[in-house]
Write a protein that binds this ligand. Structure first.
Ligand SMILES: *Cc1c(COP(=O)(O)O)cnc(C)c1O
Length: 343
């Protein structure tokens, strides 16, 4: 347990001592000139893990998603997104700002869009109408409490996309959490999308960075877009080195985060004002509604803060995320705090 139990996000994870050492010792070159060996090693490893031809190291998940959308689309086109998705809600409108395409948000069942509804929303262009060129899916789904997308749903979406010759991009920021929870290899998820982005800097604990993977010509083009957006990095081997550790040493421990999230969810589900079905907590994210007769959400968050426990307020609810720097003692402290504040 550290001094503060920080449940706000798995992005708060600190690099491990091994990552710090790897950063200090990393072999580097100039990655924009194409000769940083550590970045190349990371890109090769990442592509192999998700079973794609090539991969690109990007500074953030948001840049990975924005580069992917830009590479797959042109102006006067439309992109189908899930209504609560990160890409649609949390990435500062890069669909319109960078790619200049229209988002078409659709509802879902815990992140899984209905394939028939997706098909019905694929638009054929006319002088009035944009052409649908891309569908974005999110696995795990952050705003649906870390829900894992069912493989059958992704397969059905793939059939629809193939029938209409459009692309699928997977925002797999937490694809390793999905795989850990379901037992389905990340390759099997990635095989159902044309491109996949995943984060090294969340539960995998690297300080910075995400990977975008896909066909080689797509990644070659994505590399040019990354440079245009200012994402070309020079001696980036110092950042890729902890990314290699993230992929080789940190995936195996994600199950612990899931077990702790389940434990916390089960303990708080019956408390006054908490609206939560513990069965909805499949991975490391707990989102619950809070409507208590005496305690507002802001008061709840402030009460936790006094006890040196941090969580994020959402509209109508609260988010807790478990990760490497949350241990059993942090979970116990949080459970006691819930009981005291909501008594
Ligand atoms: C965090 C996150 C991203 C983007 O990550 P940043 O590195 O913060 O830009 C994308 N998608 C999902 C689902 C995320 O949770």
């Amino acid at each position: 347990m550290s001094e503060i139990s920080d449940f706000r996000s798995d992005t708060v994870t600190r690099p491990t001592p091994g990552m710090r050492r790897a950063m200090a010792e990393a072999a580097v070159g100039d990655d924009v000139l194409g000769d940083d060996p550590t970045v190349q090693e990371l890109e090769t490893l990442a592509a192999g893990i998700v079973g794609k031809e090539a991969a690109l190291f990007v500074p953030s998940g948001t840049m990975g998603n924005s580069v992917a959308v830009k590479a797959w689309t042109r102006e006067l086109e439309e992109v189908i997104v899930e209504a609560r998705s990160h890409i649609f809600n949390m990435e500062s409108t890069h669909l319109t700002f960078i790619s200049r395409v229209t988002p078409r948000p659709l509802g879902s069942r815990r992140g899984a869009m209905d394939p028939d509804e997706v098909e019905a929303n694929i638009r054929k262009p006319s002088v009035h109408i944009p052409e649908t060129s891309l569908v974005c899916v999110e696995n795990t789904h952050n705003n649906w409490s870390g829900a894992v997308l069912p493989l059958a749903n992704l397969k059905a979406l793939r059939s629809v996309a193939d029938k209409h010759q459009i692309r699928i991009h997977m925002d797999g920021a937490r694809i390793f959490n999905a795989s850990t929870a379901s037992g389905i290899p990340v390759k099997d998820y990635a095989a159902l999308s044309d491109s996949v982005m995943f984060c090294l800097s969340k539960g995998l604990s690297a300080p910075v960075g995400s990977m975008l993977a896909g066909p080689r010509d797509f990644i070659d083009y994505a590399r040019r877009i990354r440079k245009a957006l200012g994402g070309g990095m020079r001696q980036a081997g110092v950042l890729a080195a902890p990314g290699l550790i993230a992929l080789t040493e940190m995936v195996g421990r994600l199950g612990q985060d899931h077990a702790r999230a389940k434990k916390l969810a089960s303990a708080i589900a019956g408390l006054p004002g908490v609206k939560l079905d513990p069965a909805d907590v499949e991975t490391n994210i707990i989102i619950f509604g809070l409507s208590h007769p005496r305690v507002s959400i802001a008061e709840f968050i402030a009460g936790l803060r006094k006890k040196r426990i941090l969580a994020l307020a959402l509209s109508g609810g609260v988010r807790f995320v478990t990760h490497k720097d949350i241990d059993d003692e942090d979970v116990e402290r949080a459970i006691s705090a819930f009981k005291e504040i909501l008594a």
